[in-house]
Design a protein around this ligand. Structure first.
Ligand SMILES: *[C@@H]1O[C@H](CO)[C@@H](O)[C@H](O)[C@H]1NC(C)=O
Ligand SMILES: *[C@@H]1O[C@H](CO)[C@@H](O)[C@H](O)[C@H]1NC(C)=O
Length: 327
């Protein structure tokens, strides 16, 4: 965690900050139609938060608009909004084209997965159910592949903050990827320092897992019984948070933390920077890694995710602002 690099600035064209999103945009998932869901307001031990008394929210942006704005979605259906602490999100579209949003939630710092149905006309989320399971602990991110069928990452083993710091220092590699379905729950991959972002390739044959503390991405092959086997590991030399796939090219986009210590010990005078990497030819012998965005924190601090849609990129952060640029 002591590793810290100075970042050389890289900026795509016509970047602008999204006014409504100033307290984090930890995770972003975009529908094929261009509607982006954004989770905001994560409260997590050890990480800064600019609005500690406000519950988290899910925002929506229509990326087809010329100057899209973000709007908080109403939540109905008897959900406890005061305790909403959203982390990773994942969209699932069923065969009737109904859109569901699965959200990792940390009420009272526990981990649950909430399922909402998206009502586009009302711009609202209807709460359907909460999934809890003894193996769903310290959940960071999920990727949903079927009705109530998803992979989830566990980012630390100990639930106690103090012990989880030791876990990092001692490099225990006790975190894992879990498969959840109503009929079967199992650990499908283990040995990660801190399994963080998870996503799936466009053909749904491969699952990509970011190991934030080990600074790499694991490329896993998905089997019919949902087990995962590791094909390879791509070292990135920077702390990798969340992953998305560019629907047009299949490239992985990774939100990264170039100077993690500055993220943990927050000083507004010397803020953490931001970095977004693109990994092309993921399955080839020689994947190509390039920098799409880099900033020393003067514009954007603590990037967690970047998602692309029709030549535009939306860059989210753990607790800071949100940037929208042309690629
Ligand atoms: C990371 O991104 C994926 C794909 O957009 C999303 O499903 C996931 O919830 C994100 N996770 C976090 C922790 O930001
Ligand atoms: C960050 O970079 C900008 C110019 O790109 C510079 O003006 C500023 O002093 C730098 N900030 C830090 C904290 O290094």
């Amino acid at each position: 965690m002591s590793a810290s690099r100075e970042v050389q600035p890289v900026e795509p064209e016509n970047c602008r900050l999204i006014e409504e999103l100033e307290n984090g945009s930890e995770d972003i998932d975009i529908l094929p139609s261009g509607l982006a869901f954004i989770s905001s307001g994560l409260k997590y031990p050890g990480l800064p938060n600019f609005a500690p008394d406000e519950p988290g929210k899910i925002f929506l942006m229509d990326l087809n608009e010329q100057n899209p704005r973000a709007q908080a979605l109403e939540i109905s259906g008897g959900f406890d909004k005061e305790l909403f602490n959203p982390h990773g999100i994942s969209i699932f579209i069923d065969k009737d084209h109904t859109v569901y949003l699965y959200v990792v939630n940390h009420p009272h710092m526990k981990s649950t997965v909430e399922i909402f149905k998206f009502e586009e006309q009302q711009l609202s989320l209807v709460y359907l159910k909460t999934i809890k399971h003894e193996l769903l602990k310290s959940v960071n991110d999920i990727v949903v592949l079927g009705p109530e069928q998803f992979y989830a990452t566990r980012d630390h083993y100990f639930t106690n903050t103090f012990l989880s710091l030791f876990e990092m220092i001692l490099d225990l590699r006790w975190t894992y990827v879990l498969f959840y379905s109503p009929r079967e729950v199992k650990v499908v991959a283990k040995g990660f320092c801190s399994a963080n972002g998870i996503t799936v390739s466009a053909d749904q044959k491969y699952v990509y897992v970011a190991d934030v503390a080990a600074k790499n991405i694991h490329i896993m092959e998905k089997h019919d019984n949902w087990d995962l086997t590791q094909l390879k590991v791509i070292q990135l030399g920077t702390l990798v948070d969340n992953l998305t796939v560019d629907p047009a090219t299949g490239d992985i986009l990774a939100g990264c933390h170039p100077n993690p210590m500055k993220l943990l010990i927050y000083n507004p005078e010397d803020p953490p920077g931001s970095e977004v990497l693109r990994i092309q030819n993921v399955l080839s012998e020689t994947p190509r890694v390039s920098t799409v965005y880099a900033n020393n924190g003067s514009v954007l601090q603590g990037t967690s995710v970047a998602s692309v849609y029709h030549g535009k990129i939306l860059i989210g952060t753990v607790f800071h602002k949100t940037l929208y640029c042309e690629l």
